[in-house]
Design a protein around this ligand. Sequence first.
Ligand code: ARG
Length: 477
Amino acid sequence: MKLWGGRFTKATDKNVEAFNASIQFDCRMYAEDICGSIAHATMLARQGIISDADKDAIVNGLKQIFEQIEHDEFEFSIELEDIHMNIEKRLTDAIGEAGKRLHTGRSRNDQVALDTHLYLRREIADVAGLLIQLQQSIVKAAEKYSDVIMPGYTHLQRAQPILFSHHLMAYFSMLSRDFEHLQFAWNMADRMPLGAGALAGTTYPLDQPYVADVLHFGKLYDNSMDAVSDRDYIIVFLEFAAVLMMHLSRLSEEFILWSSSEFKFIELDDSHCTGSSIMPQKKNPDICELVRGKTGRFYGHLMAVLTMMKGIPMAYDKDMQEDKEGVFDAIDNLKFALTIYAAMIDKMTVNGKHMRDVLEKDFSNATDMADYLAKKGLPFREAHAVVGKAVHYCIEHGKVLQQLSLEELQAMSPLFEQDIHHYLDIETCVAQRRTYNGTAPESVARQIASGKAVVTGEEGQLQSWNSVVSSVYELIK
Ligand code: ARG
């Protein structure tokens, strides 16, 4: 019989049972379900709601179940619907009556909320570690290739020369914001929902602050109805994941372009590429394409939970069971993407010479020529027009700006002097952009130095998250 079968006279339709069940996916929260139950049972005994003997039997029984699941000796059953009832039924089978007292003062509504809060905190710490690793790989590459100059683009047209490390550090900045987003996700998940019961609180003298303490939660929910029906922490996590994937997708697009024969800016390591079954010469950036391609499903997961939440009345509704699969899928794919991208950046080779050669043959220094004239007093708009004509002249004569003779230049503006060729040098163009966040070597060096400080701060945060997470799982040891 079902744990809730008392008022029923007929068995559940098999299709209904299968459609209703969540055990196929919520089984991955078994450790959280067990830790939550241990904390709950311990509190019940402290409050004199169950006996110490019952509490001991429950805690030992749960620890055994944990071992069985860890060693693949636990068969999950669809008939028992979800992780909560699978574990409770097994516990009762093992220890008898005491097992039936575990659910006192608790509902699956606050139980599932507790499990997902715990689960998400653990995964946030894991993901944070991988995010930091990727940031470190970016910093390492930015230092390794600090003297490489490349064309910078707008509209995917060559625009102005930049340091390759400047380009990489832009992604570092994006990932730092992702880390801030993740901190917000942690704060949202760090609220303890147990004790809300089904929706209204319970009639037992529960000690919720004690449970929060045992499970190392920073705060409690103020309202029991909110506690069982809040899914904001899941939405914020999915938001974080969607934005992070959008960032990785942009990087993917660049890697795909840069490793093409048309660009030849980088080469990805063989271990990160795949071949074609028909074209023997091919080396494809499948991983980058997959990261770009998978970004859509992250947006989908976020949209699904937002949409799921927008029309449901207070408090818990079964719709909310739909909050998990997207999160699990996001976590799995995110961990892969972050891990592979860190290794891919570590192992890629950068064709600095080719990027430099490309710059010698184009007009990326045109702005610098206009700035030269403007600094000599010509209004910038007029300087822009003079250089525009110079570019046109070059195109007609098969030259680039730095190949124009002083005579040719002075015919265009008497303000040009001998030193113009120095200012058209690609190195000079980069070195002159000394604004706070510009591409000059000293500015990029500052970004790298402050980036390292950011990573040190993130590592401190990660350490404190890890210590919270591991203290919770101490409960099962
Ligand atoms: N499997 C359910 C979920 O994930 C657990 C809570 C069920 N609560 C209930 N009242 N049916 O949401």
